[in-house]
Design a binder for this molecule. Sequence first.
Ligand code: UT7
Length: 347
Amino acid sequence: MATYAAITGWGKAMPPAVLTNEDLSTFLDTNDEWIISRTGMKERRISHVSGLEMAVAASRRALACAGLEAKDVDLIVYGTCSADEQVPNAASGVQAALGAQRAASMDVNTACTSFLYALTTATAMIRTGVVRNAIVIGVEIISPFMDWDNRNVAVLFGDGCAAVVVQASDKQEGLLGEQLGCIAEARQTLRVRGMGTAYTNHAVTSGDTAWDFDGQEIFKRAVQGMVQASTAVMAKHGVTAADIDLVVPHQANQRIIDAVISRCGLPDEKVMLTVARYGNMSAATVPVALNEALEEGRVKPGALILMPAFGAGLTFCAHLVRWGERVTPLGESDAALPPAKAARLKW
Ligand code: UT7
């Protein structure tokens, strides 16, 4: 009998400090009207704690939701492009904090698609019998490496985190299939100069970043990639737009979402949106939106969910998930972020 990988737990950890469009216009030549009309964004969150601290809180909540304990975890996959450190890996930090002694821990970085590529990784390892219980995290802390002088990028991004628990199951649920891809010829359209060993002895030192960002080109490629992946994964699984109950897309721009949805023949009311409140949280976007869809009762038992995304690289993907019967948590954790006295834009 085939083994599937059901999503049985979910939890988020959102930093409380809000950065509004008005706040941004106090130090950048921008305004609320421009940001809303070009992106759909009104505000985003800025974290006062590390990515790892957010990931630990979200993971504790996801574990409680699934009714599991740390000792049950076989695998932790940490999806991010903003790991607090390169060595050691970030997933091992979550493992240590949880006390998940039996687990294997790995990081996945495909930029904004990291959570979904991490879900692919964990699901494949469950389906092939390597592990049975996994935590998959999507976390991003972009504020420390944002170029806060650059209005082209500073208005677009925010920090956040969410996690899911994925478990071996005999029922046909969880990730049914995905289409992955990468438009590598466009990799120069989004580059953060200053992050990584390439910059150690160069003009841009780590912590002092400059973004190469061709917004219009990324926009076009993002729509192309997400539509292609969504159509391909639906065709592969004999599913039409009418069969999709909910779309949980990457949220980089309301206009990108609108273009993808209409080209796939999906109605607006099936789309879960967080872009106005959180902006683009890169790898955290899809899992946070999924968490909030569950909190709002928008995920029904047995729902078919489409999750299209894109990110730097330019990686793209679309994931097709069959939800199980349970849409409420088995348990709750009181894990929370410490109170924020003041958020810092640059660490
Ligand atoms: O997850 C991957 C992340 N990447 C993305 O999500 C990028 C996808 N691209 C986009 O979302 C859009 O291309 C943007 C939101 C970045 C830009 O929207 P656009 O409609 O493509 O605007 P544009 O680049 O054509 O810029 C229009 C104007 C320019 O002024 P001029 O040259 O027409 O005088 C920009 O300088 O808007 C100006 N502009 C701004 N004005 C006020 C650019 N940023 C801002 C700003 N506030 N923050």
